[in-house]
Design a protein around this ligand. Structure first.
Ligand code: DQA
Length: 159
């Protein structure tokens, strides 16, 4: 048996500060804890995890491009860039495979500028307001999207 296929999980600016950053909005889970939660859920789906976080737009663009073709799905929280980065949207659009955009908070219930969702146009699915658990739901949705694409033929040993 070869290595398991991998899913890419990419977080944008200020998400490295999870746990201490405005916990009333983003919760108390640290980035390290988040990665462990996400890795465990990915493993339940038979997937390895490639996690990347950056505060820099170009690094996020490169990470998405480099994940394309090598990973079977992308979960991305572009954070503040979600509201204005056409470069990240373009990279998500070009990603070969299903893309789920995650927001920890309820972006549509916050300041009006957060309702401008530029990158989400390139996502197959969008989760907002489920807290850090949203990343786990995103993995479940990715798996579902992969099954649909393969005509429902994904079985345990094919995952
Ligand atoms: C966020 C929402 C964005 O508006 C904000 O800039 C973030 C995090 C979220 O996960 O809720 O940094 O993407």
């Amino acid at each position: 048996m070869g290595p398991s296929p991998a899913v890419a999980v990419i977080n944008g600016p200020n998400l490295g500060e999870l746990g201490t950053r405005e916990p009333e909005i983003y919760g108390g889970v640290t980035q390290e804890e988040l990665v462990e939660m996400v890795r465990a859920r990915a493993q339940q789906h038979g997937l390895d995890l490639e996690f990347f976080q950056s505060d820099i737009e170009g690094e996020l663009v490169r990470a998405v491009n480099s994940a394309s073709g090598r990973t079977v799905g992308l979960v991305i929280n572009p954070a503040a860039y979600s509201h204005y980065s056409i470069a990240i949207m373009d990279a998500m659009q070009a990603y070969q495979g299903p893309v789920v955009e995650v927001h920890i908070s309820r972006v549509l219930a916050r300041e009006p500028f957060r309702s401008n969702l530029v990158t989400a146009a390139a996502a197959d699915a969008f989760i907002s307001g489920a807290g850090t658990e949203g990343y786990l739901h995103a993995l479940d949705i990715l798996q579902e999207l992969r099954k649909r694409k393969d005509g429902g033929m994904v079985s345990a040993h094919q995952q």
